[in-house]
Design a protein around this ligand. Structure first.
Ligand code: FMN
Length: 362
């Protein structure tokens, strides 16, 4: 199984939903950097379930322990292992999954590939595994903020049929405080209508999809490697690696496909001595390398597949069965997936940042 990402900043995650713990081992974190469990916990608390009626009511504390690689509050250069114990695993909720395949979950494919399946809570395919990514991302976010002022400001941009299109000038004004004051992590006016979409789905025993807008500010120009490790490609791989991610568009994305070059091109301008583009239509990267402008992209997440509404599926023998979930599930992923998007982007950019620092011109 490939459970490791990165060339210099290497992150390996481990653990299943209802095993003893989930966590990660991070190798390549520069030595001498101050980090505490509280720094990591703050990000994990953003992802934690049960924060509002809009997420699953599972209660997981997600308390993180630094097991290695930090001495007297500073990184030593040794691998950093972060451990999060699983405390709220109600495995009996999943007993009825042993012999069937949930529609649009990973039960069928895991079994086809490995021949065995930890069916409790979705095992390794559970979103519980994203807690480990958030922990690793907290290290990267703190480092990039302190060394270069980089900020990760993903937020909810759409739920079901309610969506907010925002100009780049609006994106420039968004702050973490604005994002966090909305239970949906939506800094736009449409947040309340989105909440109503989720409440309606929940009422029907159903779930609903969403769009998370990735937003990264203050990334210096020059980050991203030619051909195979373009900034846009690394971000796409990172974000599409999150459970339930179904679509990714960088910068003005699919809109660009509808335009002529003369309309899509973004002229360079001299803004008070700084050369930049007029509208940042390219999303902050050209040729896979950051321009020094704000990075933005959209990611579509499907509705959580496990719902209490009755659905048709089959058992392992191919017999038709009716299935409705007993467990506690997310009616919409938006609120909880936002910190995961920030985390995976920070992990990807931390790696490219360290590569840039190692190989940048004199
Ligand atoms: C933050 C987050 C929370 C999720 N919560 C649930 C959930 O409560 N129930 C569920 O069935 N799927 C949930 N999912 C989605 C499944 O993990 C995912 O759909 C499943 O692993 C199948 O993978 P795929 O959708 O990427 O093909 C969640 C995903 C994320 C990112």
């Amino acid at each position: 199984m490939s459970n490791t990402t990165g060339e210099i900043f290497k992150v390996t995650t481990f653990g299943e939903s209802h095993g003893a713990a989930v966590g990660c081992a991070v190798d390549g974190m520069p030595a001498g950097f101050a980090i505490t469990e509280a720094d990591i916990q703050a990000e994990l608390d953003r992802r934690r379930p049960g924060q509002s009626a809009l997420t699953t009511q599972r209660k997981e504390n997600d308390g993180v322990k630094i097991m290695s690689g930090v001495f007297e509050g500073k990184t030593t250069g040794a691998p950093i292992m972060l451990l999060i114990n699983n405390e709220n695993a109600v495995s009996k909720d999943y007993e009825n999954l042993k012999n069937l395949y949930r529609p649009s979950h990973a039960d069928f494919t895991y079994e086809q590939k490995y021949g065995v399946r930890d069916f409790r809570g979705g095992g390794r395919a559970s979103a519980r595994v994203t807690a480990a990514l958030v922990a690793a991302g907290a290290l990267a976010q703190k480092y990039l903020k302190e060394k270069a002022g980089v900020e990760f400001l993903s937020h909810t941009a759409a739920v079901g049929n309610v969506s907010v299109k925002a100009d780049v000038s609006v994106l420039e004004t968004i702050t973490r405080a604005q994002i966090e004051q909305s239970p949906l992590r939506c800094p736009y006016d449409g947040g309340k209508d989105m909440e109503a979409e989720i409440a309606a789905a929940l009422e029907d025993g159903d779930s609903v999809g969403c769009v998370v807008r990735g937003l990264i500010k203050n990334l210096p120009a020059g980050i991203g490697e030619p051909v195979f490790d373009k900034l846009s490609a690394r971000l796409a791989a990172a974000v599409m690696g999150i459970n339930a991610a179904k679509g990714f568009e960088f910068g003005n994305g699919f809109e660009a496909a509808r335009l002529r070059g003369s309309k899509n091109n973004d002229p360079f301008i001299n803004s008070g001595g700084k050369i930049m583009t007029e509208q940042n239509r390219n999303g902050g990267a050209l040729g896979g390398i950051s321009t020094g402008e704000t990075i933005y992209f959209n990611t579509a997440f499907k509705p959580a597949p496990t719902i209490s509404k009755s659905q048709n599926t089959t058992d392992k023998q191919g017999g038709a069965v009716q299935f409705s979930a007993a467990g506690r599930h997310d009616p919409c992923l938006a609120a909880r997936v936002v910190p995961v998007v920030d985390a995976v982007c920070a992990v990807a950019i931390m790696d490219l940042f360290l590569i840039w620092r190692a190989y940048a011109r004199d």
